[in-house]
Every structure is written in C-alpha cells, then in structure tokens.
Design a protein around this ligand. Sequence first.
Ligand code: AQP
Length: 327
Amino acid sequence: MTSRVFSGIQPTGQITLGNYLGALKQFVALQDQADAFYCIVDMHAITMPQDPSQLKERIKDLASLYLAVGLDPQKSTLFVQSDVSAHSELGWILQCLVHMGELSRMTQFKEKGEGKEAVSAGLFTYPALMAADILLYQSHLVPVGEDQKQHLELTRDLAIRFNTRFGDTFTIPDIMMIKQGARIMSLDDPSKKMSKSNPNPGSRIEMLDPPDVIRKKISRAVTDSDRVVRFDPEEKPAVSNLLTIFSLVTDKSIEEVVAAYDGKGYGDFKKDLGEALVAHLSPIQNRYAEIRNSGEIERLLQLGAEKARATAATTMDIVRQHVGLGS
Ligand code: AQP
C-alpha cells in the first residue's frame, strides 16, 4: 500500500525561511514517494484575529508558494481546509475525546495566549482540529517543524484512544522531522523560533523578501562577540542558527561551511550567506510571480478540494458509524 503523507501551513502571514526549511522543503521531497495531501489550514488561522479580505488573499499567496517551491498538483493534492467540512466535523468529535488537561499542557497555546486579554476557545482546542486534519486522511507520515511535535504526539494519543474505545478506525501517524533545521531561530533572538507573526520583520527571512532586504536582514542578524564561525548551539546559538541555514540552502554540510570560514570573521560569512539565500530564493520568487498572476490557483484548489472531500468522506462514514452518530 502506498503510504499517505499529510501536512499543512497556516495562511497567517508571509511564509518564512523557517516554514520552508522545517516543512515545505520536506513536502516537496515526499510527493515523489507517497500519496501526499497538503492543506492550507485557514480554520487554524482564525484561532487568532484575521482581516477577512487579507485572509482570502493570503490563502492564494500560500497556494502559489506551494507551487513555486515545487509542489506538483499532479502528484500532490493541494487544498484549503475550510473547503472540506469534514475537518470541522471530525474536529468536534475529537474535542469530545481530548481532555482539558491535555490541551492545557500544549506549549503553543501557552505561548500564543500569553499576555492576551481574551484568548479564543478555538486557540485552546486547536490541537483537536489538527488531529482531525491528519486522521481524516489516514496519514502515515506528517512532515512538520519541531514546534508541532507536541501536537503530533497528542494526535497519536487521540487516534489510539479512539481506536480503543470505538474499534479500529484511524491509522496512527508518525512524525517526520529533519535533523537540522526543524527549528530555525529568529534572527534577532536565537532563543525564539523564527515565526511569521513576530511583530519584528527583521526577525525573519520571508520567502518573498527582495534580494536587498535579505542581504540587510542577514547583515543585521545578531551573532556574538567572539567572531569565530563555529557550530555550538549551546554556547553560540545565533551563529549556529546561521550555519544551519547556510548548510541547508547550499546543500553543504555544516562542517564544510565551518571549514570555509576558518580564520575569517562574521563579515565574510554573513555576506556569503546573504548571497546564498538570494541565489536559493530568487528562482522560487520568479516562479511565484508567474503563478500568482496566472489566474489558475482557484481552479487548482477546487480540484484538490474535490479529491480531499472524497477521501475524507470515506473516513467520516466509518467514524459516524463507529461513534453511533446520525439517523
Ligand atoms: N522556525 C521554524 N523552523 C522550522 N520549522 C518551522 N515551522 C514553523 N516555524 C518554523 C513549521 O512550519 C509549518 C507551518 O507552520 P504553521 O503555519 O502551521 O504555524 P506555526 O508552526 O505556528 O508557524 P509560524 O511561522 O510560527 O506561524 P504563526 O506565526 O502564524 O504561528 C509547521 O510544520 C511548523 O512546524
């Protein structure tokens, strides 16, 4: 049996190099090995306030980026979460299975809710919807960055709990995380992950940043005072983060990059990293511009939604029967 892959990204802002290296790049590699479903998780996006017209545009932006990085609609099913209502239905059923204590332990909820006067119940129950996204497609493998590990573990627990209570229904998914790059850190603070919703744009490289902006952001990235290019995430987290990025966008090992800057300071290293990023991202940006203006996106997403609906419906028939729902 062909294995099934599922993953998604929220259309909550400009996609970052962290989203790309931690997740998107893996999506592309996996589409040749598995039956891949890649979703734009707009229902997750509205757990935080979004401007409706901007959200609509961001969905199309993200779909265009999916294609620009190399996702092929002939190989992967690309669709928008809210186009497949089974996500909400199974999300609710799993909300009735998950425990409040489990949801309260999720670090993403704590981080995103921190300091906010009002936090939506949706942000709290987000992991149940994410579990539904994955389990609906009987997914074997879920490529994600490290920040999603805890949610994936809960998804596995919920699948096992459901199967035990109601009978065999869901495939238990495995997490797929790359060794280097599963957690790309902010350029202004190496203790925080790079994030598209960080209020400081200087904290991240966005996939569509123009070359000069990329160069400037890298030149301003924090380092440390000892001026030695060395990989040491404990002692030198900022430089180690830049080395990880350098290695991933040039396909060189970290050791090779470190060797190339032996005896040189941060100036040369950052200048070359800026150029390496520009060289890696420019072709993606050119393809993105063509695709975004092609008028093809809506049609492709509708085709993807049809296929996703059919697959999800098969699972939901079994789920309803097992839970005892319906007339
Ligand atoms: N810094 C990161 N390094 C590696 N992987 C990352 N991912 C996110 N940030 C990094 C991975 O990208 C995928 C899509 O993430 P998401 O949009 O679903 O939400 P997120 O994890 O909350 O990512 P952001 O960028 O921080 O979004 P906002 O700011 O909206 O919350 C996931 O696989 C994630 O692990």
